[in-house]
Design a protein around this ligand. Structure first.
Ligand code: PLP
Length: 370
């Protein structure tokens, strides 16, 4: 067989649900020389990334490291390590990723119950209170920024209830980390996972996770082996910790990219990064209103980094998105599940969270819908 032509992807403005635009400095990090995964220089980079991840997660947890794999690998890491067959778990479901959590928990042999809310609304803490009063749960899991709907879930009340009931709290921060506060220690989040391709401005490929000592203790006391060899934290922590025992070959180049992306966030300042996401979101909402396009989510629970907007009457969903690709090289996201055909999802994440991207998209949409 002859070789296929060289890959020649277009340069898109990535304003969808992820991946987000990757800055030149992070792209450059991907082409740094590859060294061995036990090379002392690589081990230094690993330690630095762990320290920087602690800052992003706002935690003093010893265990803060990037799992090899995308955000879903982080999700699985949390469930497979914390749950054993027969365990009870309560999961907030108001979009795709809550639904995915239920599937993952069930695959661990756990009994998964749900607290549901309409897609596009937040989960109600009162419903967690009711559920927690009725049954003892080992783990409660919620998605912080539900990428499929654009909702930023308030966590304070749920965190309090979970801990009053002696359960562990697991939070999906795939889309929120770096773009909004993820207060792991302050809220007592016991386990948290994220992804590189959203507000960290990195390509997809790693999933930062953090576990506090309470969660680590639960893992230590397991009666059964973690069902996944690859995601078993007791082995992975021996590679990322002082023992440096080989587990799998770390994706070296992606780790360089994450290291550089974390440096970029911390050089800007974590709070400044949150503010930039919020300010860009505010500019976006105003720009859309000028085009008579309304946000699909109530103001108090809007995720600044993933903006759900109502598709205006008369605009054809698929045609507009195709023309954004073909004529403007812009990607935005479609609605999913019950929101299909009703909303567009505009990601203003990481390096992409800037006013010029809002202007570029507004001008394109203006031509396409008016
Ligand atoms: C909130 C949330 N959780 C989990 C995931 C899964 O991450 P990945 O697609 O990187 O596996 C995503 C991906 O978009 C997400 O947005």
């Amino acid at each position: 067989m002859s070789a296929a032509p060289k890959a020649n992807p277009p340069i898109r403005t990535l304003l969808g649900p992820g991946p987000s635009p990757v800055s030149p400095r992070v792209l450059a990090a991907l082409s740094l020389p590859v060294v061995g995964h036990l090379d002392p220089k690589f081990l230094e980079i690993m330690d630095q990334s762990m320290a920087m991840l602690r800052e992003l997660f706002q935690t003093k947890n010893r265990l803060a490291l990037p799992m090899s794999g995308t955000g879903s690998a982080g999700m699985e890491t949390c469930f497979v390590n914390l749950l054993e067959p027969g365990d009870t778990v309560l999961i907030g479901v108001n979009g795709v990723f809550g639904t995915r959590m239920v599937d993952v928990a069930q695959r661990c042999g756990a009994q998964a119950d749900t607290v549901d809310a309409e897609w596009g609304s937040a989960l109600d803490a009162q419903n967690f209170k009711t559920a927690l009063a009725q049954k003892k749960y080992k783990l409660v899991a919620v998605v912080h920024a539900e990428t499929s709907t654009g909702v930023l879930q308030p966590l304070d009340d749920i965190a309090k209830l979970v801990h009053e009931n002696g359960a562990l709290l697991l939070v999906d921060a795939v889309t929120s980390l770096g773009g909004a506060p993820v207060r792991v220690d302050e809220l007592g989040i016991d386990a948290c996972y994220s992804g590189t391709q959203k507000c960290l401005g990195c390509p997809p490929g790693l999933s930062p996770v953090t576990f506090n000592e309470r969660a680590v203790e639960v893992i230590r006391k397991r009666k059964t082996k973690v069902q996944s060899w690859y995601l078993d934290l007791s082995m992975i922590e021996k590679y990322w910790g002082s023992e440096r025992v080989y587990h799998h070959t770390a994706p070296i180049s992606m780790n360089y990219a994450l290291h550089e992306a974390l440096r970029a966030v911390l050089e800007e300042g974590l709070e400044a990064s949150w503010q930039r996401h919020k300010q860009t979101h505010d500019v976006f909402v105003r720009a859309m209103r000028k085009l008579e396009i309304e946000p699909a989510v109530a103001e108090a629970i809007r995720a600044p980094m993933i903006n759900a907007i109502k598709i205006p009457e008369g605009a054809d969903d698929a045609t507009v998105r195709t023309r954004l690709y073909d004529d403007f090289n812009i990607e935005i996201g479609a609605g999913l599940g019950p929101l299909k055909g009703k909303i567009w999802r505009v990601g203003l994440m990481g390096h992409g969270a800037r006013v010029e991207n809002v202007e570029t998209l507004s001008q394109a949409l203006k031509q396409l819908i008016q």
